[in-house]
Write a protein that binds this ligand. Structure first.
Ligand code: SF4
Length: 281
């Protein structure tokens, strides 16, 4: 077994959350710049340029790209030959989030009880940790600070198998249409199809983290991604919801086998502050 110390996990995850909040990925920046050229609306162009400038300032001055620094979500692949030593694995992650959000001047956005107390935990913990055990002796972290302007616009539908491809397309486009300006467009639309209710939601969240410009490896799903993206960009919502063609930068679909009687679909929306970072130790 390879031993990996609590402190290495803590330090790695802390740096990832700082990086994700300060630096928007180059895939998003490239797509935003392309969109300035293709956007037909003048106000849309201006908004896109402002977003690009905002992201440059955040990166250069190491300040949050958006005031909503999100709920800390992690997808962790834990190698079955790796042994965590020196402390509790979950606590290493929560300690990392605590330090990143306090030392990095990132807004603390978590309340302890969702319904009654709604008292701020003041350190942005607890993190939401999705763990997968994989072969090998490494640990891979993919982190995303998830803002709720866009998270709140997400939706689930348990379609009937007979609703088919058209039903899926209609649900995705309707969800984006209903969301309008609320998720801070241009958005990345993550879609999870199949599995169970919670599996579809996880797939959708993970889909938002795929690099913009990459498509599903199955050509049928890749075609569906492109077709739905075109439909969304014809809705006229545009950057910041002020009108235009650039409503979404990408539609990313992930799928999983499901039950003969079901066709679960989850749409998870990510705003233009599409923040994520990854590392392997
Ligand atoms: S939805 Fe995104 S861009 Fe809008 S306020 Fe939240 S984190 Fe910021």
């Amino acid at each position: 077994m390879r031993e990996i110390h609590f402190d290495i996990i803590r330090q790695t995850v802390k740096e990832l959350f700082l990086k994700a909040n300060y630096i928007i990925g180059d895939d998003i920046i490239v797509k935003l710049k392309e969109s300035v050229q293709t956007e037909e609306s003048e106000s849309g162009k201006v908004i896109l340029e402002q977003i690009i400038k905002n992201n440059e300032i955040a990166k250069n001055e190491r300040i949050a790209a958006c005031q909503d620094t999100g709920l800390a979500v992690l997808f962790v692949k834990l190698g079955q030959e790796a042994k965590v030593v020196g402390g509790d694995f979950n606590e290493a992650i929560n300690q990392a989030v605590r330090e990143a959000y306090i030392e990095g001047y990132l807004r603390k956005s978590v309340v302890d009880d969702p319904l009654f107390d709604r008292k701020n935990t003041n350190d942005n913990t607890p993190a939401i940790i999705h763990l997968e055990i994989v072969p090998g002796d490494k640990i891979h972290f993919l982190v995303t600070p998830k803002g709720f302007g866009s998270e709140n616009m997400s939706a689930l539908k348990m379609l009937k198998p007979a609703d088919g491809i058209e039903g899926v397309k209609e649900f995705i486009v309707e969800t984006v249409k209903k969301a309008g300006p609320n998720p801070c467009p241009p958005i990345v639309v993550g879609v999870g199809i199949g599995g169970t209710v919670e599996k579809a939601a996880l797939l959708a969240k993970k889909a938002t983290l795929r690099r913009v410009g990459e498509h599903n490896k199955d050509p049928r799903y890749a075609r569906l991604e492109k077709e739905v993206l075109e439909k969304i960009n014809r809705l006229g919502i545009g950057p910041a919801g002020l009108g235009g063609r650039t409503t979404a930068l990408a539609v990313n679909i992930e799928y999983f086998p499901t039950h003969i009687a079901g066709l679960p679909v989850v749409v998870n929306i990510c705003c233009h502050a599409a923040r994520h970072a990854e590392a392997e130790i």
